[in-house]
Design a protein around this ligand. Structure first.
Ligand code: MLT
Length: 242
């Protein structure tokens, strides 16, 4: 079995793997895991705000929260931005979340045709590797969201953590997988320090995002598998023993 790492949605080749895992540590996939663990019914992702607005009108009033981020900031007029710390059970339990972010939601759209699509972050790393070990997809793509088409340290470090944890079953299929694993092994004990060096980490620090960086660096805080049920819609997948 082989796994491939792609640093950005733009570098994903044509075709489709058996399973794709999308990573956007700062902060979309950390937020998705947090929202579903807090009892949100589903997270539906949109690359554009226009599309989010159009679809939000088709849901019963009060059943969904509209969430949007651009450039690290909450978009004015929306219920929530993209800080995972805002997705507490009292805010999101029983609600659908309609989410649009700068890069993470575009990465999800890029692989939405794969038969199995998951999202991973450090906060739910362990259960994602347990899920992959149980389902054993033959080809696995790990797709970083990056920042507007370029590489981001934090997504590649998480991709490397997945490569490392799956190394007894999966062979690296490209050089990016080997490089991601090396990055993770260098920084595994100082992830928050890595986020402080990362360009998007620095952007969030300028926006008072220090507590978000600390939260996004927590490993295995949540036992939730966000899994695409239909294109663009993620729900918490049942997992035996959870
Ligand atoms: C993104 O999709 O680019 C991010 O999750 C941005 C953020 O909210 O920090």
């Amino acid at each position: 079995m082989k796994l491939f790492v792609y640093h950005t949605p733009e570098s994903v080749p044509p075709g489709s793997p058996d399973c794709a895992i999308v990573v956007d540590i700062l902060r979309a996939t950390t937020t998705i895991a947090t929202a579903l663990a807090a009892g949100a019914e589903f997270v539906q992702v949109f690359a554009s705000l226009d599309e989010l607005e159009r679809v939000s009108n088709s849901y019963p009033i009060g059943s969904c929260l509209r969430s949007a981020e651009r450039g690290g900031k909450k978009v004015e007029g929306y219920d929530l931005g993209n800080s995972p710390l805002d997705y507490s059970p009292d805010r999101v339990k029983g609600k659908g979340i309609l989410l649009s972010t700068t890069n993470g939601t575009r990465a999800l759209q890029r692989v939405s045709q794969a038969p199995q699509v998951l999202t991973a972050a450090f906060v739910n790393l362990g259960i994602i590797t347990d899920f992959v070990r149980q389902h054993q997809p033959e080809t696995l793509w790990i797709v970083g969201s990056g920042w507007e088409g370029s590489f981001s340290l934090e997504d590649t470090a998480c991709a490397g953590a997945l490569v490392e944890q799956l190394s007894s079953t999966y062979q690296p299929g490209n050089d990016e997988a080997v490089a991601a694993q090396a990055l993770y092994l260098t920084w595994q004990d100082k992830l928050e320090g890595l986020f402080h060096q990362a360009s998007h980490g620095q952007r969030l620090l300028k926006l008072q995002g220090e507590t978000d960086l600390a939260y996004c660096a927590k490993v295995d805080l949540l036992r939730v598998v966000p899994r695409q049920q239909e294109p663009g819609i993620l729900r918490a997948s049942p997992f035996p023993g959870e």
